[in-house]
Design a binder for this molecule. Structure first.
Ligand code: ADP
Ligand code: MG
Length: 340
């Protein structure tokens, strides 16, 4: 089971200036897995710009050309979970062995390994083994290796061995082709001026671009309305508003304290009671994640703590959410409330 999604193929991954380097590097790797200097191939870029899609496309193409090769796609999160389980069940060696006999290993969102030293360590050994044996490694990340935090130096230096290729936001023409291709595949017709209107206003994220078109189609069919520019305008405005809104640290504190049924003063207080400390750490974690505020500024706004406390909070939340199911649920629930 390679876990590849057949729709995420090269044909559907439209080329533009924003992705040409990454796309061509991907094609080169697919032609000669393990046989190019692009090993590892690391694809990086912001949310919704096609990292996962391109990673699958490479895997699918390799499977087509080299059916005998074992290709495995896995998210770094799932990889981490599997590793933790293997340690618990005392079969860490089986875990390592499983990964060492793969021909093409694709790990999505490696930034997730930040701060997870055990998983980084095991991945380091798997990586070395694969690389030495001419096997291909493909990674994606939301950041370039130079900007990654809390990843061990020896692993970062491996990431830099091959090629790091960035996916940027697509230009207008590419956005139009992506939309047209999607509509064509879904068998939906839409006037060019509407497609162009959407492509003109939603610029930074392909997932949102597709999302806007999907809600446009849905709105028009539910309400039996014709698809017009004014309907498109309505929908685009909703999308733009939802994504531009940056949550404030006050809002985060409010949401987290509501979630734990305490008030903001309690969350900020000096108490060492475990559930209050955890709530405070979660607020700090989300402030770091969802705002541009510095660690120092987050600390001063959440109960006058210093930047080291905030950093510690972020690490604690990271660790707990990969080891503690209940805690993980807190993180997911709060993330949902904040995302709206
Ligand atoms: P990421 O992993 O970077 O967050 P995804 O790979 O999940 O982004 O892409 C988000 C959506 O945008 C997917 O539906 C994907 O098919 C689509 N997409 C992104 N880039 C392209 C492209 N160049 N051509 C066609 N579809 C694209
Ligand atoms: Mg992705």
């Amino acid at each position: 089971e390679s876990q590849l999604n057949p729709n995420y193929n090269f044909e559907n991954f439209l080329e533009g200036d924003s992705n040409r380097l990454a796309r061509n590097a991907g094609l080169a790797v697919a032609n000669k897995p393990g046989g190019t200097s692009f090993n590892p191939l690391l694809i990086f870029g912001g949310v919704g710009l096609g990292k996962t899609h391109l990673a699958h496309a490479i895997g699918i193409d390799i499977k087509d050309k080299y059916p005998e090769k074992t290709v495995l796609y896995i998210s770094a999160e799932k990889f981490t979970q599997q590793y933790i389980d293997s340690v618990k069940k005392n079969n860490r060696n089986d875990f390592i062995h499983f990964y060492q006999i793969i021909d093409v290993l694709i790990i999505d969102d490696v930034q997730f390994l930040s701060g997870k030293t055990g998983t980084q360590d095991v991945f380091f050994h798997i990586f070395n083994h694969l690389h030495q044996n001419g096997k291909q490694v493909i990674l994606t990340s939301d950041k370039a290796p130079v900007d990654m935090q809390d990843i061990e130096q020896r692993l970062l230096s491996r990431f830099k061995w091959g090629l790091s290729a960035e996916l940027q936001s697509p230009d207008f023409e590419t956005r139009v082709s992506i939309l047209k291709n999607k509509l064509y595949r879904d068998g939906v017709e839409m006037p060019d001026d509407i497609i162009e209107y959407v492509a003109k206003h939603i610029k930074t994220n392909v997932r949102e671009l597709e999302g806007a078109i999907i809600s446009l189609i849905a709105q028009s069919s539910f309400n039996k309305k014709e698809i017009t520019i004014s309907l498109a305008k309505e929908i685009v405005e909703k999308f733009v508003k939802n994504t531009k809104r940056e949550v404030s640290i006050d809002y985060i504190q409010k949401v987290v304290s509501d979630y734990f049924q305490m008030d903001v003063d309690t969350l900020q207080s000096k108490t060492r009671k475990r559930h209050i400390v955890q709530a405070r750490q979660l607020a700090m974690f989300f402030a770091k994640k969802y705002t541009k505020a510095s660690l120092a500024s987050i600390g001063s706004q959440i109960g006058k703590r210093d930047h080291a406390t905030v950093l510690h909070a972020c690490k604690t939340v990271d660790n707990l959410s990969s080891t503690d199911k209940q805690f993980r649920k807190y993180v997911d629930d709060i993330a949902k409330k904040l995302a709206l």
